[in-house]
Design a protein around this ligand. Sequence first.
Ligand code: HPA
Ligand code: MG
Length: 179
Amino acid sequence: MNQFIHDKEFEPFVSESKIQERVKVLGAQITQDFQGKKLVLLGILKGSYMFLSDLCRAIELPLEISFLRISSYEGTQTTGEVKQVAGFHDDLSGKTVIIVEDIVDTGISMDYLLKEIKKYQPADVKIATFLYKPDAFRFKYSLDYVGFEIPNKFVVGYGLDYNDLGRNLPELYQLVNSQ
Ligand code: HPA
Ligand code: MG
């Protein structure tokens, strides 16, 4: 069923069952890849909360959960600006940090995050993103765990918002064409 959020219409794009299936696969890969490491899942607020919540339950390893808040988006267009809005004081030194994001599109936020996180002297930094828009991506760094590669169209649901609404939808929707 289509969703009307603020002034826009969104149509179903990736179903809840497809999402759940994919997140389980990513969790199994992470379980394989980080045996014996001091693992931290670092969720980037607000968008990653739902992905992180499912992903952490699909990883069968001891791990810590941390959150960091940055904001870079208003409406359906990127502002191109990244600003850190909340202090972060957790201890990441010597730990393997997996940055958990809802989406990597231009890659500007993640580029900024990679530099910031390295200042905390982690043993290693990896990236897990629920969505990736390769057509929008402007950087060279590699994304270690990607849920879905999607076209460069605005989406909502599963943690992603359109002007603060739509995050609680359990599946993913995309903007209806011609808007
Ligand atoms: N939807 C919601 N938030 C976003 C998107 C999107 O497609 N891209 C970057 N932030
Ligand atoms: Mg947003």
